[in-house]
Design a protein around this ligand. Structure first.
Ligand code: 15L
Length: 248
């Protein structure tokens, strides 16, 4: 059985994965308490090396999941992601699945079928931290031969919250399917893949996902009738840019 370390295991996506990733021996890590988990910060390199010992892969979700001050983003997301890659290398972990975000490319104008490997256009300091995380992933692949799959996650919630979510939603079950594909696909090398469900209104390609064996099942459209438009400025941002209201 594959042993997988999940950082940020107490967070929203961490909880979704804990309930759904069966068939793995999961090691859970978070600064917040997780039953049976390791209480440590991703910014503690020594603790991370210890946590990585003997695991086959790391799913790195830990960090701040939205915009914050530069200092907080730098100290937690950037330093933490460095520690995760470096600890994985020192412990001989072969693969890292990195929770990147659409906000790494948030200022890209929306257009049909946007490819998975758009170059960086971050919309926030948070987006910058995701770009840097992807860059670290590329470095640890190119220099150390680690397999690194960066997931540019859209809106991963139980249900879509707003009209933009009709395009950007990633359902909890599809999230588990995506992470499982990223963990099991053969020789991914370094790559970036969108993290969305099979949404009727999607404008991000599903090709990169298909290439690693991700076949989404859910479609945000089933929630469309229950959603109402939010403030016009936010709606407009959602139509214009990948990152939606993060660009405001
Ligand atoms: C993200 O990266 C955030 O973590 C999440 O809270 C949402 O804001 C999401 O992007 C989104 O774009 O909807």
């Amino acid at each position: 059985m594959e042993r997988v370390l999940i950082t940020g295991a107490a967070g929203r996506i961490g909880r979704m994965l804990r309930e759904r990733l069966s068939g793995y021996e999961l090691r859970l890590l978070d600064v917040e308490p997780v039953p049976g988990g390791i209480a440590a910060s991703v910014t503690d390199l020594e603790a991370m090396v210890e946590a990585c010992a003997g695991v086959d892969a790391v799913v790195h979700l830990g960090g701040i999941s939205g915009e914050a001050s530069w200092e907080r983003i730098r100290d937690t997301n950037i330093e933490g992601t460095y520690c995760v890659f470096e600890a994985a290398r020192r412990a001989g972990v072969r693969r890292v699945v990195y929770a990147s975000s659409n906000h790494a490319v948030g200022f890209v104008p929306t257009a049909p079928d946007l490819p998975d490997d758009l170059p960086p256009r971050p919309d926030t300091f948070y987006g910058v931290s995701k770009v840097l995380g992807e860059a670290l992933g590329a470095l640890y692949h190119d220099r150390h031969g680690m397999d690194v799959v960066c997931l540019r996650i859209g809106s991963c919630f139980d249900e879509p919250h707003d009209l933009r979510g009709l395009a950007t939603w990633l359902s909890p079950n599809d999230c588990a399917r995506l992470v499982e594909a990223a963990l099991t696909c053969e020789e991914p090398g370094f790559r970036t893949v969108w993290g969305i469900s099979a949404n009727t209104r999607r404008v991000w390609s599903l090709e990169g996902g298909a290439a690693i064996g991700y076949h989404p099942v859910d479609d945000a459209e089933v929630y469309a009738a229950g959603l109402t438009a939010g403030p016009p400025e936010r709606e407009e941002a959602g139509r214009r840019f990948v990152g939606g209201a993060f660009t405001l």
